[in-house]
Write a new protein. Sequence first.
Length: 84
Amino acid sequence: MTEIILAYYKKKDWNRFLQSIDDRESMHSTWKEWHKAYQKTKKELSLQGFLVRDFEVDIDELADYCKIRGIKNDGKARSQFVSE
């Protein structure tokens, strides 16, 4: 069974998260909207036979990861962060 790791953001971190990313315009504006889409994606992947694992994102660790590598905090960087 193939494993897929999904980034999970805590509700209490959502505003800090939005302030820290470089592609805010492409992100859901509320945690509730994001969480609904997250649950839908997780369910769809599970139904396709994937083992879906949550990766709780630490906002500070993510920011440091991007800063150290000199990269923007965008979807691509967040994907790399979660997969490493």
